[in-house]
Structure formats: structure tokens, C-alpha cells
Design a protein around this ligand. Sequence first.
Ligand code: FE2
Length: 381
Amino acid sequence: MVEVQKTVVSRTKQIVEQLEKTKISLDRKTKQLKLLHNISETLTLQLDIRKLLTSVIKLISQKTSTEKISVMLIDKKTKLLRIKAAKGVTKTKIKTVKFKIGEGVAGWVAREGKPVLVKNVLRSHRFKNVINEKEKRQLICVPLKVRARTIGVISVEEKVGGLAFTKDDLTILTTIGYEAAIAVSNALLFDEVQQSYFYTITALVKAMEAKEPYTQGHSDRVKKYALSIAREMRLSKENIELIKRFGALHDIGKIGIPLRILNKPDKLTKEEWKIIKSHPRIGVTIIETIDFMKLAKPIILSHHERYDGKGYPMRLRDKKIPLVAKIFNVADAYDAMLSNRPYRKAFNKEYALVELAQCAGTQFDPRIAKIAIKVFKKLDG
Ligand SMILES: [Fe+2]
């Protein structure tokens, strides 16, 4: 009887232990699934490559508690690995660090397409031939792989509090690497599509300018003037980027204006002016069908609105006019004064600057006109 009891107790103990192990394993699997869900939710919808890489860094920092993180991508032309986003890495390092495929731990991971956890790089047999002093002693490096192609690597060094990296850290990072690779690849593709649209539209602007000799180079110059004013005004990164990308397209709507009107050497009739004034709206109809170009709408639609509400096409007044459009209004007028027109010769710089000052508060936002005058005085020519 005692024997039977002993056996039952021992068996029960075994079952409890077994259950305990299964629970731990299930907990771990649930944790991994939650992590995977969390990662794909954070990364897959992001198409802006910069924002995406920032999210990747944030995610790695949260999940692995590391101080030093770099996301490197393989440059398509040079085939070198370069840091595209980082945490805890100096700006100089971000600019200068580059690895050939096969060079260093990062290069090895890029070539082999396998993740590694290196406890001590200097003692590692595998890396004794590939290490260089840029790399620390303890690190995890995982590939960014899309199908069989490696597009970059994630490298982490130095865990918070000097702790050692574990296999769990390696699993987490490999999972993040897997999801991040798909997201990065999508974002890069999206970027390429955007670029090709952008080049097409820019080519159209150039073609338009070529037919209208008086405005050659106008679109680019106005963009540069607007950019100088915006920088002086310390506009947000987003607005600066907006001007850089779309500034040269502000007059894209002129494609729809007959050349006999654009190049007419005599005074325009009322009817012809009406047609010229339709170019902002024509511009909007051109870009409206292309999703990412909708961002350019404020510049294209409102660059002829005036501070006093006497502009076109909507006669908007002061605060109703988008800030970037107000800047373009000043930049556009300045370049127009400095250019020859079919009906008059170009004015000189001094005259143009006096005009800007005189029209501050009527045509131009006085604050922007004041800054523009300061900026243009410093510019050559
Ligand atoms: Fe215009």
C-alpha cells in the first residue's frame, strides 16, 4: 500500500513538473507571438523610410535594452554597408563607417545571411580574420533579408547595465530583422516609385520652360529662393522637405496655358489674364491624381495669393494663405523682377529689393518680406 502511495506521489510530481515545463514553453511561445504581432503592427504600414528606420531603432531599444544600435543598408551602387539609422552612435561614425560585404562582423552577416551572437569578437575563431577595431567585444548582428536577398544588417552592442546578451536577445533581434527587412524593402520600393513620378513631372516642367524662353530656370531659382527664406525662418523639417521636393513644380499648371499667351510680347487682354490666372488650378488637377504629390497642393494652388486678399485664385487673406505659399509668392515675384519678360527688360537687384520692401503688407506678408530682403541681400547676383 505504502509502495503504491509512493508511486502515485512520484508520478503526480512528474506530471506537475511536466505541466510546469509545458506552461513555461507556452508562455515563451505566446510572448514570441505577441512580439511578432507587435513588430509587424509597428512596421508594416510605414512607407516613409526615415520614419520606418526610427521605429525599428525604437523597437530594438525597447525589446533588447541595448545602448548602441545601428541599422545598415547595402548601397545599391557601391555595394557597401552604410549606417542609415542609429542610436548611441556618434554623427561622425554614422557618416564614416562603411563595410565591404564580407568585412567585419556586419559584412560577414551580410554575406552569409545568418544572424550571430558574438560574446567576444576578439576571441572568436570565426571572426579572427574579419574583425577590425570599429567593432566592440560583445554584439549581435542579424541580416535584413527579403527572400534570399540580404539588403542590410542590424547590429547591437552594449546591453544596458553591462549585462550579457542571451539567446532570447538573438531570437528577438532576428524576428525584428525579418519583419524590418520586408518593411524596409517596401518603403524603398515606394520611394523609387515616388522618385520616378517626380522625375517625370520635373521633366515636364523643363519641357514647359524650354518652350517659354523668358522663364528658363525660373522654377528652379524660385525653389532655391524659397528654400533660403524657409531656412532663415527656421521652418519645420517637413516644410523644408516639401519645398525641396516640390518647389520647382509650383508653375506646373502653365503646361495648360497656350504659348501664344505665355510668350505674348504685348499687353495681355482681360480674357488672356483670366487664362493665365487659371494656372494654379490647372496645376492642382495635374498633381491631384498622384497620391504623394498632393502634398504640393498648398504651393501650387496658393503661390499667387496676396497678403491683402487681392491675389488669385481664391483671394485668400493673410492667415488663410499657407505659410509655404506666402514664401513662394515673395520668391516668385523677386525672380520675375530679375528676369527679362516679353514686354519688359529685367530690373536690377536694388530695384527688386526696394519693391519687396514697398509691397510688404500689401502683396507680401511683411514678416516674410523682411526676412527675404535680408536673405537676398546676402545672395550673389
Ligand atoms: Fe505661378
